[in-house]
Design a binder for this molecule. Structure first.
Ligand SMILES: Cc1cc2nc3c(=O)[nH]c(=O)nc-3n(C[C@H](O)[C@H](O)[C@H](O)COP(=O)(O)O)c2cc1C
Length: 202
């Protein structure tokens, strides 16, 4: 019995209707998930427009449903749509690299993932949240990219000050910044996969 419908691959097509997933049977839902996983790319050019709050909330929700070690749910997400805070975080991130450019590539939204260092799976937990956020963003037709150096930013005095201002208490380490927005220009193509990714034992 064929369990999965044929995976419809559209490598250059990012815009997808979430309604398909909501209304289709299970087989098509699976196929949409596969398509999303294969066609998500890191986007490095954005328009200034902030996507609707409900879409950003849904993407965050997908993050909160990532698996976590022993279901400890060690990560948190700081969802930044405020331009002043977004720019402040961008500057801190740039300072880690010693550059002046915007490491967020103009994206208007940043979902910062941090995780509780006291949970021994915190890096894995936070990384899976990042994966969910990026894949959910793609499923919702938005561009995204993991921007690194969250660890250094939130180890810095100003990073700690931001957490304090936001009333976030705890032993949190920065895992990553998921930038979000509408893609400007061409959607990137996947690089070829390396040889020997998978070693089969059949
Ligand atoms: C841990 C991690 C850190 C990354 N940091 C950055 C970054 O700081 N800036 C950036 O432009 N891309 C960053 N990326 C995105 C990668 O460069 C990108 O995933 C890779 O080139 C593959 O491209 P794709 O995501 O389009 O498949 C990061 C990705 C990961 C997983």
């Amino acid at each position: 019995m064929i369990l999965c419908a044929a995976v419809m691959m559209c490598m250059s097509c990012q815009q997808k209707s979430a309604d398909n997933a909501e209304t289709a049977g299970n087989e098509n839902v699976k196929s949409t998930t596969m398509e999303d996983l294969l066609t998500r790319r890191s986007v490095r050019s954005y328009t200034d427009s902030i996507p609707p709050m409900e879409v950003i909330e849904e993407i965050c929700k997908a993050g909160t449903y990532a698996p976590t070690g022993m279901n400890r749910q060690s990560p948190i997400i700081i969802a930044v749509t405020n331009k002043e805070m977004r720019d402040r975080m961008s500057k801190l991130n740039a300072a880690v690299m010693g550059i002046d450019d915007d490491p967020f590539y103009g994206a208007p939204v940043v979902l910062v993932v941090l995780a509780d260092k006291n949970v021994h799976t915190y890096i894995e937990d936070g990384s899976l949240v990042m994966g969910n956020l990026m894949n959910a963003a793609h499923a919702k037709g938005l561009g995204s990219c993991w921007i690194h150096r969250a660890r250094e930013v939130f180890e810095s005095e100003e990073g700690k000050q931001i957490l304090k201002e936001l009333g976030i208490e705890g032993d949190y380490a920065g895992i990553g910044n998921c930038i979000l927005g509408y893609t400007k220009g061409d959607y990137p193509e996947a690089k070829p996969r390396k040889e020997n990714w998978v070693y089969w034992v059949k």
